[in-house]
Design a protein around this ligand. Structure first.
Ligand code: NCD
Length: 329
């Protein structure tokens, strides 16, 4: 039986790592979402400390800047009782010195239990996971995947609207460079939501319709009848050359403002993974509109999702080590 079949049969998530949403089954995703739900209450309580990860070491290995993802993983691991080390490595220094694999091997020798890795190259986190003995969580690799972001987005939607199935979700902006878009497309289509992508032709990946989505180059047409409007940042750090004429012109055609939002359902929710560029992809007042924007809830859900992922991978790792120990006897 493959691990995916086992998850379907028994309920649960039985992989050693969390590298991406692609390939996960609906029951596996739902298991992580349900467990995350239970952690929301833990995070709202005065006493947030648990000891499920007591004695475990979590290393946050970030080769790219991050504010919310790194802090959120750190908080999640500490609330579960783990020892946490944060390593921020400038990509320039890693290029000069050790390779990614050397760094991984060095850290592996210190016997961590979970490595949370963010890296500017797509596929780098998967490569690293093949070289270490611990569990690995992808905190974002290039423009490939950002699984915990998609999980927290799904949780935010599900808690607000009660379901994902049948919802119409628009993901708008720089799709080409966005790992958030890719992970969300996999998750939302697996759980039965319909996904539309809205972007200028230069920021829309070719043949993306193969992922089961509809594409639009006009905000009003694409937003028509949508339940969710998810905005993305122009990821200039991943662009070589110019993809948009100017940020002013981009805002005029693709920035979310009151006028364009009229095309969506009257109570459509606005989402953004952050960091936001106010006045570039989103109007500043809309971003702060407590009746429409769930951007702050997304950040809150992030901690709960990361606790659920750390909890799950730790359990799997302990079960694996126990089985290895028994086999050796
Ligand atoms: C996203 C990322 O890093 O991929 N942000 C995040 O994780 N909160 C999106 C972005 O950087 O635009």
């Amino acid at each position: 039986m493959t691990s995916a079949q086992r998850a379907t049969a028994t309920g649960g998530y039985h992989h050693r790592h969390l590298l991406g949403i692609e390939g996960l089954t609906a029951p596996e995703i739902l298991f992580l979402l349900d467990l995350s739900d239970s952690y929301v209450d833990v995070n709202r309580a005065t006493d947030k400390k648990r000891d499920l990860l007591f004695g475990r070491t979590v290393i946050n290995l970030f080769f790219e800047n991050s504010t919310r993802t790194r802090t959120s993983f750190e908080l999640a691991a500490k609330r579960l009782g783990a020892d946490v080390i944060n390593m921020s490595i400038a990509w320039s220094s890693i290029k000069k010195g050790e390779t990614l694999i050397d760094t991984a091997m060095t850290l592996n020798a210190m016997h961590p239990d979970v490595l949370v890795v963010r890296h500017p190259d797509s596929g780098a986190v998967q490569l690293l996971s093949e070289k270490v003995n611990c569990a690995v969580i992808n905190g974002g690799d290039g423009s490939h995947e950002h699984p915990t972001q998609a999980l927290l987005d799904a949780m935010t939607i599900r808690r607000r609207l009660g379901r994902l199935e049948g919802l119409q979700v628009a993901i708008c902006g720089d799709i080409t460079h966005s790992r958030v878009a890719r992970s969300n497309i996999h998750l939302l289509t697996t759980l039965g939501a319909r996904v539309r992508l809205i972007a200028p032709p230069t920021l829309m990946p070719s043949k993306v319709e193969r992922m089961g989505v509809e594409t639009f180059h006009d905000m009003r047409k694409g937003l028509e009848g949508c339940d969710i409007v998810m905005m993305l940042r122009l990821q200039t750090e991943r662009m070589q050359g110019s993809y948009v004429p100017s940020t002013r012109e981009y805002y005029r055609f693709f920035g979310l403002d009151q006028d364009k939002l009229q095309a969506a359902k009257p109570n459509a929710l606005i989402m953004h993974p952050g960091p936001m560029n106010r006045g570039v992809e989103i109007d500043s007042d809309l971003a702060d509109d407590i009746n429409r924007s769930v951007i702050r809830e997304q950040v809150e859900m992030g901690v709960a999702v990361r606790m659920a992922c750390l909890d799950t991978l730790n359990r799997n790792l302990m079960a694996e080590r126990l089985a290895e120990g028994q086999a050796a006897q």
